[in-house]
Design a protein around this ligand. Structure first.
Ligand SMILES: Nc1ncnc2c1ncn2[C@@H]1O[C@H](COP(=O)(O)OP(=O)(O)OP(=O)(O)O)[C@@H](O)[C@H]1O
Length: 248
């Protein structure tokens, strides 16, 4: 296990002063090297759970236990959002290097690590480009490279491919599987797409409507080596139907 969430709750105070219960007790373990997807209806607290794991938000109750001690928010957790967050005036290479600069990694090592990450995400030849010169999918690859450059203990992805067209999204899913295999990263992945969850995940946690709870956690027996052909198999379709039923 990498991190365990125990009876975590979150109640937001709105600006009018009323309470919104976003998470009712959530208990969930994240295992090393897995890709765990969170699926559930809109507003059930998926992003909230990610933000609590990232330390960007304080829980109202419950605990988060890290196996190897509390993480540093800056270096131990990588976050990829739906919209790529890149600094428009910096080159792609400098964007990826940015977290290393902030935390004082020596220039040459930072450059080498950024270049290696760009190669990993298939952007080797685009280090000198500006973000606006890249397509949406390429910008999202750059965001993934930046999230991974610190070799974080945990990578949190909040609908990272939700804004991409379907074809690009399929490609990015395959890229993510490859990157995961090469880096052994542990990833918690929020998606609205059941297909995406089934294709990418080692396990899928299904959340109920707000206030969110985990209603089921499934281990997907679809093997490690996944490619497009998997999507035509009866096993894959069995998982799609099961997950779809559970979301109703
Ligand atoms: N900062 C905030 N202040 C008040 N309420 C909030 C805040 N952030 C989230 N909420 C509320 O908490 C609930 C859960 O929100 P959250 O964004 O975690 O859901 P989600 O499952 O990620 O939704 P979606 O799938 O639509 O992105 C929602 O009802 C939302 O309105």
């Amino acid at each position: 296990m990498l991190v365990g969430v125990e009876a975590l709750t979150k109640t937001y105070k709105t600006r009018e002063g009323s309470n919104v219960e976003a998470l009712s007790p959530v208990t969930l373990d994240v295992y090393r090297g897995e890709l765990l997807s969170l699926i559930g209806p809109s507003g059930c607290g998926k992003s909230t759970l990610l933000r609590l794991l990232a330390g960007l938000e304080q829980a109202s109750g419950g605990v988060i236990r890290w196996q190897d001690g509390a993480p540093s928010r800056g270096t131990d957790i990588g976050f990829v959002f739906q919209e790529p967050v890149l600094l428009p005036w910096l080159s792609i290479q400098d964007n990826v290097r940015f977290p290393l600069d902030v935390f004082g990694v020596a220039r040459q090592e930072a450059d080498e690590r950024a270049a290696a990450m760009l190669a990993l995400v298939g952007l080797k030849d685009f280090g000198r480009a500006l973000p606006k010169e890249l397509s949406g999918g390429m910008r999202q690859r750059a965001s993934i490279a930046r999230a991974l450059v610190y070799r974080p203990r945990l990578v949190l992805m909040d609908e990272p491919f939700g804004a991409l067209d379907l074809l690009t999204r399929d490609r990015m899913n395959d890229e993510l599987l490859r990157i995961k295999a090469e880096t052994a990263a542990t990833i918690v992945f929020v998606t609205h797409s059941i297909d995406e969850a089934a294709y990418l995940s080692d396990r899928v946690a299904v959340m109920s409507p707000r206030p969110g709870r985990i209603s089921a956690v499934h281990t997907l027996d679809l093997g490690k080596d996944r490619d497009e052909a998997l999507k035509d198999t009866p096993d894959f379709h069995r998982w799609l139907s099961l997950l779809r039923r559970e979301l109703k």
